[in-house]
Design a protein around this ligand. Structure first.
Ligand SMILES: NC(=O)c1ccc[n+]([C@@H]2O[C@H](COP(=O)([O-])OP(=O)(O)OC[C@H]3O[C@@H](n4cnc5c(N)ncnc54)[C@H](O)[C@@H]3O)[C@@H](O)[C@H]2O)c1
Ligand SMILES: [Fe+2]
Length: 385
């Protein structure tokens, strides 16, 4: 682990049951006169906006709702949302939803006030700003996007590209677990595994791993693994939902500072080409990547085994790392979603293109504890076909 590190996160985190009803007062506090709330049609249909919009009405605050976010947000939808913000004269943006809505909101807050176009800012540290005030409200647990400086976009050529900039940290993250009690089991499972992967990959990140991200990642993994089965069996369990949301938050804070690796690099081509939801893409490749990484990450996986299996003792790091991988394999296997690439529409003939695309994610692969070649990526995809 490096002796020197920096750590950044969202400056204000409000974790409060029922907080969605008082979002309008936060907007007033940030000086807004007209808010654009960015979300997707599923959330509107689920009635999740009602309390928030009632709060705006009773505060006499102007709000426009953009409900056209699509999963794995395509570039043109983000540009449309930015245009909607300009048309409305918005001076504050709320991202309300899963990672897709929050990632869209981040970029809208940036694009509205700055002369750069979206393709200009793909990459690390290219955005110049300024950006509008921004509040993020996650409704999945999840991406942790409310505490990351990252936004992931699907380009017109079906590539997943990231914008990474400290300007993308929101002013406030609002965690209200009541918003997540109706999340269907398959989405709960996929997004929960995504959050676990953030914690695991932050903990084993080769370059920027540090003591703060380690503490956050371990606590995140404890919360997430201890509550996952409960939220699948009993989605209305508010305490377990709150623990998942907090686990997702902590994992997000960790990987924002100790970035993710090969699980995400191999997951992205599945989202880009086959529209496999982000969490499910991660879940599919997770266990073969952990097994592949074991020779390089064994002591770290052994430390994570101690965090998630506190009652067990192990004769060696190797045994503990195996137990950690087996624990996660069993967890993934009992989740209510697809478990093979064929089930999500991938065929043998698609595998070389997936492996080739995974190699383009060098931003992530450099963080992986073990070097991954194109042949390695191909073998991993083949193992889960
Ligand atoms: N910025 C980051 O740091 C970061 C990290 C990981 C992933 N991502 C990105 O986030 C996106 C994935 O986000 P996601 O996994 O949260 O899914 P999502 O935002 O795409 O939402 C998935 C589905 O769940 C529904 N949904 C969300 N919350 C709900 C609720 N409370 N009740 C009922 N339905 C609900 C939505 O309507 C949608 O249909 C991808 O684009 C991925 O690349 C970003
Ligand atoms: Fe992720």
């Amino acid at each position: 682990m490096s002796l020197d590190f920096t750590f950044e996160t969202t400056p204000r985190i409000l974790c409060q049951t029922g907080a969605a009803a008082s979002l309008a007062s936060l907007c007033v506090e940030l000086g807004a006169t007209h808010t654009l709330l960015i979300t997707d049609p599923g959330l509107e249909k689920a009635g999740l906006l009602a309390d928030t919009l009632a709060g705006f009405a009773s505060a006499g605050q102007a709000v426009t709702v953009f409900t056209d976010v699509q999963a794995d947000p395509p570039q043109q939808v983000i540009e449309q949302a930015a245009e909607a913000a300009r048309q409305a004269g918005a001076d504050l943006i709320i991202g309300f939803g899963g990672g897709s809505s929050m990632d869209t909101a981040k970029l809208v807050a940036l694009l509205v006030g700055c002369p750069q176009s979206l393709p200009d800012i793909y990459g690390v540290g290219l955005a110049k700003g300024p950006r509008l005030p921004l509040i993020q409200v996650p409704t999945t647990a999840g991406t942790g996007s409310e505490v990351t400086p990252i936004s992931i976009v699907t380009t017109p050529t079906h590539e997943k590209k990231g914008v990474v900039s400290p300007l993308l940290y929101p002013d406030i993250a609002v965690l209200d677990a009541t918003l997540t009690t109706g999340l269907p089991p398959a989405v709960t499972a996929a997004t929960g595994i995504d959050a676990m992967v953030h914690a695991i990959e932050a903990y084993t990140s080769r370059i920027r791993k540090n003591p703060v991200s380690d503490g956050l990642a371990t606590k995140a993994l404890e919360l997430l693994t201890a509550n996952m089965d409960t939220v699948i069996a009993d989605g209305g369990n508010l305490a377990a939902r709150a623990a998942m949301l907090q686990g997702s938050l902590l994992a997000g804070m960790a990987f924002a500072n100790a970035p993710v690796g090969a699980v995400h690099a191999l997951a992205y081509p599945l989202g880009g080409h086959f529209h496999v939801p982000h969490g499910l893409s991660n879940a599919l490749v997770l266990c073969p990547v952990l097994a592949f990484n074991k020779p390089a990450a064994e002591p770290l996986y052994a430390e994570l085994a101690a965090a998630v299996l506190p009652d067990q003792t192990f004769a060696s790091d190797s045994e503990a790392a195996d137990a950690f991988i087996a624990f996660l394999s069993a967890m993934v296997a009992r989740m209510p979603f697809a478990h093979t690439l064929r089930e999500v529409g991938v065929t043998e003939a698609d595998l070389p293109r997936l492996a080739e695309d995974a190699m383009k994610q060098q931003r992530l692969l450099v963080n992986n504890p073990r070097e991954v070649s194109e042949a390695d990526a191909l073998a991993i995809y083949r193992a889960i076909l």
